[in-house]
Design a protein around this ligand. Sequence first.
Ligand code: LLP
Length: 448
Amino acid sequence: MDHFSYIGGQLHCEATPMSAIADSVGTPCYVYSRATILHHYDRLADAFSSLNPLICYSIKSCSNLAIIKLLKDRGAGMDLVSGGELFRAMQAGVDPANCVYAGVGKTDVEIRQSLQAGVGWFNVESEAEFENIAEIARELNIPCKVALRINPDVDPKTHRYTTTGKKESKFGVDIDRARAFFRTYGHDDLCKLTGIHLHLGSPIYTAEPYVSAITKVLGLIDQLAADAANPVTIDMLDLGGGFGADYETDQSPAASDYAGEIVPLLKARVEQGLQIVIEPGRSIMANAGVLLVRVLYMKTSGDKTFAICDGGMNTLIRPCHYDAFHFIWPTKVESAHIPPSRAKQMDLEGLIPMDVVGPICETGDFFGIDRPLPPLQRGDLLTVFSAGAYGMVMASRYNSMPLPAEVLIDDQTVHVIRRRETYDDLVAHERHGVGTPAEVEHAHGVNT
Ligand code: LLP
């Protein structure tokens, strides 16, 4: 469910017409609905309420400070994967104790910053990383809590680029090696290794992979507790993210469908003191945001029709990187062309198949191929739906295109939460000649 709907043939975000946003902020522009974000957060919180989980919003999915702050104010902690995300969380006023920090390549600087900030849990991905965190913790004499990211070898049946819980992935430690890991590191005085972290992939369109991973991990938790020589009590289980979003209408299970299968596995454990964490990103943000672009030119080539837009793979890379489907439709349509759903095939009269492409000098620069769309002309606005997650955060300045603006809509109010970049922004970090020694040092991160 989201708050993007056609009223009188005009697409609105909440009570604001998309055309008004384009008029005031320009295009390309990411548009987020405040009410949808909160609704998506609340439905997860409700669905999993009997586990009383810490919901750590996955900042990587959409990292604008205003979004982080909105979710923090609703009660969320944060899932971090870099010092930059920690910085964002702290800028937004998040308590670091409510953050979990994952990532296969944490640098010493990032580890130090996280220890000093008091991050809630380090989700550790290898033996070498544990040893490094332990050494830095000793050097600073700061205690921390650690969860081992386990690779349960479960197939989440999603794109191979976003599959993380299979044996051959770079993430986590194989479940067969986990007992040895706990035996070696499970009794460190400063780095308390009492948590387990999972993240299977993204998006995951059924509850089944969670069920099989959790079942395996509960077995491990029991084995660890029963280890006569070295018993370890696991007090935190982080299930990761991955809950789906509707790129096509009703593509994903409801939060309550996932929870319906997961909660019964964990309820008794929670009653015995196990803390549950979940790390949703996409399920909160994807359908809460759209990308608004303008058609610059219509063009035919051979049998093909192209709608050439002012944003492309530079603003939203998902279609060309993952072959992802995003529903695309004009923001203003005749009543006969109001889309009945967001489906790949549209059974409406008078549609024309066309490729919706961007301005970038690559053939792979497209939002959609052979999409049946109402007739378009130069100047029309198009909405690329379900773009709130992994949209703006993966945008680039390729072809020296400044990054787009982001707005957060609250009913009739348009909050510009990131201004459109300028050409000055494009070159702000560059120098014509070689920098001064101080600048060179800074560029090498000596002062960061
Ligand atoms: N936790 C960890 C450790 C993760 O790596 C991720 C996502 C999440 C949580 C959040 O997953 P979500 O709830 O958003 O599915 N760029 C790709 C998605 C990459 C996901 C990376 N990790 C895309 O556009 O589909």
